[in-house]
Each structure stands twice: as structure tokens, then as C-alpha cells.
Design a protein around this ligand. Structure first.
Ligand code: ZN
Length: 136
């Protein structure tokens, strides 16, 4: 009995191998067949997505809740520092706006520039600021 099964393997294995070989070549050279295979995979992925849609929605809700709670906790624990940072950033922005406003008022004179350190209007070729004395 086992001899029959053993000899049957000599028929089945080559047939299977040949079948796989033919299929691989067909897939390589036939875009149509590849398309059919891919469309089946896409359908399968679609079913999977529909299946896990509720889970994904729930995960998104949990993630959003964690995010909101984390932001609240950061604010609760660091309000003073965050306020300080906000004020300092606003002051930096204010300085920049003041420099730009002055530039507009001065009409963008070609031969002048603004000091990198104090924002004073100085000659374009000056190496040091005449107001704060720092190098340009
Ligand atoms: Zn200066």
C-alpha cells in the first residue's frame, strides 16, 4: 500500500511542479492574469477592511481621547512655562514686525540694512552696528 503511495508521488510531484512553473510564467508574461489575481487580492483586502471597520473606528476614538487627555494634562502641569513661552514668542514676533514696519516706513532704502542684533537702521557696508556696536 505504501509502495503505491510512494510511486504516486513520482507522478503528483512533477505535475504540481510543472503546474506552479506554468502559473509563475503565465503571471510574469500575462498582465491580464496578473490583473485577475490582483483584483482578487484587492477584493479580499476590501472584505478585511469592512470586517475591521468598527474596530478601527473604536481605536481612532480611543486614540483621540488619549490625545485630548494628554494635551489637558500637559496644560495642567505646565501652564506657567507654556504662558512664558507664548509671551516670549509673541515678543520675538513683535520685534520682527516692528523691523518690517520700519523698513516699509523707510521705503526700503537700497544702501541701508538692519542690525542683526538690535534692529537699528545702519549702512549696508558697515561691519559694526553704530547703535549697539555688535559685528554684522
Ligand atoms: Zn545693533
Amino acid at each position: 500500500m505504501s509502495a503505491i503511495i510512494f510511486s504516486a508521488l513520482f507522478v503528483i510531484v512533477p505535475i504540481l511542479s510543472l503546474g506552479i512553473f506554468v502559473l509563475v510564467f503565465a503571471l510574469i508574461f500575462s498582465p491580464k492574469l496578473r490583473g485577475k489575481f490582483m483584483s482578487k487580492q484587492i477584493k479580499a483586502a476590501n472584505y478585511m477592511l469592512k470586517d475591521v471597520q468598527d474596530d478601527l473606528t473604536e481605536m481612532g476614538a480611543i486614540s483621540g481621547r488619549i490625545n485630548a487627555n494628554t494635551r489637558k494634562r500637559i496644560l495642567d502641569q505646565n501652564e506657567d512655562v507654556l504662558k512664558d513661552v507664548e509671551i516670549r514668542e509673541a515678543n520675538i514676533e513683535k520685534e520682527g514686525i516692528e523691523i518690517k514696519t520700519r523698513a516699509i516706513k523707510d521705503g526700503f532704502k537700497g544702501d541701508t540694512m538692519y542690525c542683526k542684533h538690535c534692529g537699528a537702521l545702519i549702512d549696508e557696508d558697515s561691519k559694526f552696528c553704530k547703535k549697539c556696536g555688535k559685528e554684522q
